[in-house]
Design a binder for this molecule. Structure first.
Ligand code: SF4
Length: 266
């Protein structure tokens, strides 16, 4: 079996504990307004045309986005980085896109990584069936689980899908005693008002916390905006500016007051 991956990031320090190798898997059922990986949304390989200008001349080149990897290729990549991962308490992270869109491959890859002694993390929007999550849980050391909004109507407006099953899956994974880091994208004007922040903190406080739930606050940025044109998509966040470091510290204090261990960025 092979999985479609659009990026492999080595020495990643923001996708779970320690130094990690992150595989970004293609395909996502959401369409968040602020997505900075638009190349991860389509579940198919895509060809994009790059135009470069040298002097007066323009040169076009074609680039394939997404390539199929076997589990053994994934293990070969990891084996080359093993020393950094072991010394830092890191491991492998499957991100996306939404890795659960390729659930069967994900399951096979997680099992193989575990058998080879790697710490495994899954970075997910939470939007998949409970059954699929249950199958990967035994092979996943830590879940990086997105919480984007508690209001269902606004969740649909901003991401294209309801948050019902996302919140149910989050509860189920916390109940199972897994390590969970909840990742909150901080999007000015969309989910950083007092009422929303309070309801997110209340929701997180209501989770089973036999194992402490960590929180990563991910400040909105526009780094991915230039990619949209290449994929024939419209960028819809031109009017939003990233939150200031002071604002991020205020939010960190706010969630810490709820008894959570909070990191900005992760
Ligand atoms: S869940 Fe992540 S990858 Fe999917 S659209 Fe939202 S931000 Fe992009």
């Amino acid at each position: 079996m092979k999985g479609l991956i659009f990026n492999v990031k080595r020495y990643s320090v923001h996708d779970g504990p320690g130094i990690r190798v992150t595989f970004f898997m293609k395909g996502c059922p959401l369409s968040c307004l602020w997505c900075h990986n638009p190349e991860g949304i389509s579940p198919e390989p895509q060809t994009v045309v790059q135009t470069r200008k040298v002097g007066e001349k323009e040169f076009n080149s074609r680039e394939m986005v997404g390539r199929y990897y076997s589990t053994s290729e994934i293990l070969e990549i990891l084996d080359r980085e093993r020393i950094f991962m072991e010394q830092s308490g890191g491991g492998v992270t499957f991100s996306g896109g939404e890795p659960m869109m390729q659930h069967e491959f994900l399951l096979e890859a997680l099992k193989a990584c575990r058998e080879h002694g790697y710490n495994t993390a899954v970075d997910t929007s939470g939007y998949s069936s409970a059954e699929s999550f249950m199958t990967i849980m035994p092979y996943t050391d830590i879940f990086l689980f997105d919480l984007k909004h508690t209001d269902d109507k606004l969740h649909v407006e901003y991401t294209g899908v309801s948050n019902d099953r996302i919140i149910e899956n989050l509860r189920m994974i916390c109940d199972s005693g897994k390590n969970v880091i909840v990742r909150v994208p901080v999007i000015p004007g969309k989910n950083d008002d007092e009422m929303t922040l309070k309801s997110m903190r209340d929701l997180l406080s209501s989770l089973n916390r036999d194992k402490p739930v960590g929180i990563n606050l991910l400040p909105f940025h526009r780094i991915g905006m230039n990619k949209y044109g290449k994929f024939g998509m419209n960028y819809r966040m031109n009017d939003t500016t990233p939150p200031s470091p002071q604002r991020m510290n205020e939010l960190k204090d706010f969630f810490e007051a709820g008894g959570f261990k909070v990191k900005v960025r992760g």
